[in-house]
Design a protein. Structure first.
Length: 166
């Protein structure tokens, strides 16, 4: 597995290690996600990137569009500088629907494995720096952008998980 995605997996595994599944289902406050929902959100994000990359690999045609100035700015802040702002609403397709922690972890693990495979295939075919698929908010991403994004995004959410456990 690529080192960035291996680190992503480690962050997730470490954050939920030893957590009681019943406790993981409890929302810390109204409008806040439970640990299981956070993990499901991450799984949905990994799966969404896989689907987009598979479309590119199936057609042989990148699907990225030119980014807006706002997308460039936010991508610089998040992907290049590694700062993930809090309080943003998740895109609809990655909002958790409510599964157990066990199911969410299984999906997240499988999603990361598939993500690693499709990103490796895309890098072999198009290179690591060619913009291939749009992030729904941040615009055009390359293979390397996706690896960095998922690590930063996972780090952001695992900090939330750890914060709720202390």
């Amino acid at each position: 597995m690529h080192p960035l995605l291996a680190d992503t997996r480690r962050l997730l595994d470490d954050a939920v290690a030893g957590l009681d599944p019943a406790a993981a289902a409890v929302r810390p406050a109204a409008g806040k996600w439970s640990v299981a929902e956070i993990v499901e959100h991450l799984a949905l994000a990994y799966e969404g990137t896989v689907k987009g990359m598979e479309r590119v690999l199936d057609t042989g045609v990148p699907r990225a569009t030119p980014p807006s100035p706002t997308q460039r700015l936010f991508k610089l802040i998040i992907v290049n500088l590694g700062y993930f702002p809090t309080g943003r609403e998740a895109p609809k397709h990655v909002v958790p629907q409510g599964v157990t922690l066990e199911e969410a972890l299984a999906r997240a693990g499988a999603g990361l494995e598939r993500l690693d495979l499709v990103l490796d295939a895309a890098a072999a075919r198009f290179g690591s720096s060619q913009k291939l698929v749009n992030h729904p908010i941040l615009g055009a991403f390359s293979v390397q952008d996706w690896r960095r994004f998922h690590r930063i995004h996972t780090r952001h959410h695992t900090r939330q998980v750890r914060g709720g456990r202390s």
